[in-house]
Ligand binder design. Structure first.
Ligand code: KG4
Ligand code: ZN
Length: 339
């Protein structure tokens, strides 16, 4: 079975062709980073308009790279939510219309299910069951995964998502959008233990997370540092603060993952979503979980952040079970994973 996947939920236009026999045949991505950079964050209307401009050429490219014509494609998968409504409408209406004109089934894919299944694109996919830590710009979730479509939410962020906390704290540090990677590279030159941030919600039981306090803590730390060192802050102090923030966030996620693993009894942890591209998170999680004899897996870097391959793969998993949507399917900006 061969599936065309389409992703337009936020600021990346992406498409891919996945073949169940041969694996990933082609994938392309166009990032809108430059478009939104001057505004310091994603401008939804600009995102939608740019998806309209870029989607058709990108789909053309993956079709020709994979030598696929309409007859070779068995179904079309598109991200239907969660995400920005205008952006989702582009991929949904495009994917749905193309499927109709080709007489093929179309499936609506949940963006976070795409992230969750992204590690399956690797040569040696992790077997079920496992705990998945999904950390993106809009979500931080711990999910008990027993199979494709069998998801139980164990805990989630009650306020800012992990990626959102990265982005907002990066802004406070005058770093460019997208903040996560920028903050992380500034933190590389930080000196450990110069500042200490709290590990929110780790002193009480439960798997929910809260990261908005870290951003506030960063703001107060910056104010104190400016009072002490002057404005603008020396680069070294900014790096020290970035490192302290990153360490706190990563260690908090690790504490929650260890709890989730113990509660589930599973032997495997999957990291996915944009923040799983974070080097410190990947290495710290491996280190902590090794002590517990827990295997840690994450997608290759380009499949941590948004991409079309994960949507094509998740779509194939649904299509092979006979799922498809009728013409009236609407994008869902909010959409719980287990629905
Ligand atoms: O999954 P994703 O590409 O889009 C959403 O579904 O939201 O995640 C984007 C988020 C952003 O908040 C971005 O700052 C963060 O992932 N991110 C990172 C890194 N790369 C992307 N955060 C920390 N370190 C990184 N290396
Ligand atoms: Zn995403």
């Amino acid at each position: 079975m061969r599936v065309l996947g389409i992703e337009t939920s936020c600021d990346e236009t992406a498409a891919a062709v996945y073949d169940s026999e041969r694996g990933l045949l082609a994938h392309r991505l166009y990032s809108q980073v430059e478009l939104h950079a001057e505004y310091g964050g994603v401008v939804p209307e600009l995102a939608s308009r740019d998806h309209i401009r870029k989607l058709l050429p990108i789909v053309d490219e993956v079709l020709s790279e994979s030598n696929s014509g309409p007859d070779d494609i068995d179904g079309i998968a598109y991200t239907a939510g969660p995400g920005l409504i205008g952006a989702l409408m582009v991929g949904t209406s495009f994917g749905r219309s193309l499927a109709w004109s080709w007489g093929k089934p179309a499936v609506a894919v949940h963006h976070m299910e795409g992230h969750l299944l992204a590690p399956m694109l690797e040569d040696n996919p992790p077997p079920f069951p496992f705990v998945a830590l999904l950390v993106s710009g809009g979500h931080s979730q711990l999910v008990d995964v027993r199979g494709v479509g069998d998801y139980r939410l164990m805990g989630e962020s009650v306020d800012d998502a992990a990626g959102e906390a990265f982005d907002k704290t990066a802004k406070l540090l005058d770093l460019p959008y997208p903040g996560g990677p920028a903050l992380s590279s500034l933190a590389e030159s930080g000196r450990p233990d110069r500042y200490r941030f709290p590990r929110p919600m780790t002193d009480r039981p439960g798997l929910d997370m809260s990261f908005s306090g870290l951003k506030t803590f960063a703001l107060n730390t910056l104010k104190d540092a400016i009072a002490q060192h002057g404005d603008p802050l020396p680069e070294q102090i900014r790096a020290d603060i970035a490192l302290a923030f990153e360490q706190a966030l990563v260690e908090t996620l690790a504490i929650k993952c260890r709890r989730a693993i113990r509660e589930s009894g599973h032997q495997r942890l999957i990291l996915a979503g944009g923040v799983s591209a974070n080097t410190r998170l990947r290495s710290h999680m491996r280190e902590i979980m090794e002590k517990e004899q827990i295997e840690v897996r994450y997608p290759r870097l380009e499949f941590c952040t948004d991409n079309g391959a994960m949507i094509a793969y998740a779509g194939w998993q649904r299509l092979r079970k006979g799922a498809h949507e009728n013409l009236s399917f609407r994008p869902k900006p909010r959409w719980p994973l287990n629905e």
